[in-house]
Design a protein around this ligand. Structure first.
Ligand SMILES: *[C@@H]1O[C@H](CO)[C@@H](O)[C@H](O)[C@H]1NC(C)=O
Ligand SMILES: *[C@@H]1O[C@H](CO)[C@@H](O)[C@H](O)[C@H]1NC(C)=O
Length: 235
């Protein structure tokens, strides 16, 4: 740009010399000078526009740089979020041990249990036994894994005898149902408990001394339990 201007100025100088020598008419030279001044002005305008365009371009470049930086940051956050989602998805689908059982006393006709004999209630009609923790031949539930378990049981019977049983963990009584001999014809009771069990620890339902319970295919006297969650990992 500056080079062009220098050339133009040099040319202008030659023209001025020409004027001094008087080789051209004043009118001609005046017109040519005007013409050159106009061209010079045009050139200056062009430079100004070029400067303006350059400035705009710099602004645009800064904008693009900023956007690129932002884009990178957002991509990084997106990648992190995707990783987190993947981790959550995996933890959601990972299956832990599954333990659940439910049974009622009678699997055929009407039965009475007790008093005095058969104090461990053996629930014969098994509705479910995921993980095979419950043994329908002994009436004992044996924990397949260490964990926190929920148990519930219900007893039903007639008024001629005491009605009631107790949930026993490893030989220790935990929670019970109990109903005295009374004038109403029948009574039912239920209870529930959440217990920590080590692997292979046993839980059963035992009749109270002199108690008697009844059941038929309506499932009045029942025992159920399930694993809430394993505890082995927390050590
Ligand atoms: C164009 O920019 C140059 C360098 O920044 C400066 O020297 C010149 O005066 C500017 N020209 C115009 C017409 O603004
Ligand atoms: C985001 O993840 C993609 C695909 O795994 C990878 O190509 C890109 O480099 C990562 N970007 C950042 C900013 O971590």
């Amino acid at each position: 740009m500056v080079g062009s201007i220098v050339v133009l100025l040099a040319w202008l100088g030659c023209l001025s010399l020409g004027t001094v020598r008087g080789q051209r008419g004043d009118l001609d030279i005046g017109t040519e000078l005007d013409d050159i001044r106009a061209k010079l002005q045009g050139l200056k305008d062009l430079e100004a526009r070029l400067n303006h365009t350059e400035k705009e371009l710099e602004g645009q470049k800064a904008k693009v740089d900023r956007l690129e930086k932002e884009n990178k940051e957002i991509t990084l956050r997106l990648n992190t979020t995707e990783d987190e989602v993947e981790k959550l998805r995996n933890s959601g689908t990972k299956k832990g041990p599954q333990v659940a059982f439910s049974a009622s006393l009678s699997n055929f006709g009407e039965i009475y249990k007790g008093p005095c004999s058969d104090t461990t209630l053996v629930f014969k009609r098994v509705f479910s036994n995921i993980g095979n923790g419950y043994d329908q031949h002994t009436g004992f539930f044996k924990a397949p894994v260490e964990g926190l378990y929920y148990f519930t049981f219900s007893t039903f019977g007639y008024n001629t005898h005491l009605i009631g049983a107790v949930l026993v963990k490893g030989g220790v009584r935990v929670v019970s149902t109990y109903d005295h001999v009374s004038t109403d014809s029948s009574d039912g009771g239920s209870n529930a408990v959440v217990l920590e069990l080590k692997a292979d620890e046993k839980v059963s339902v035992e009749l109270w001394q002199n108690a008697r319970v009844f059941d038929n295919m309506n499932g009045h006297t029942t025992f159920s339990g399930f694993l809430l969650y394993p505890l082995g990992d927390r050590k």
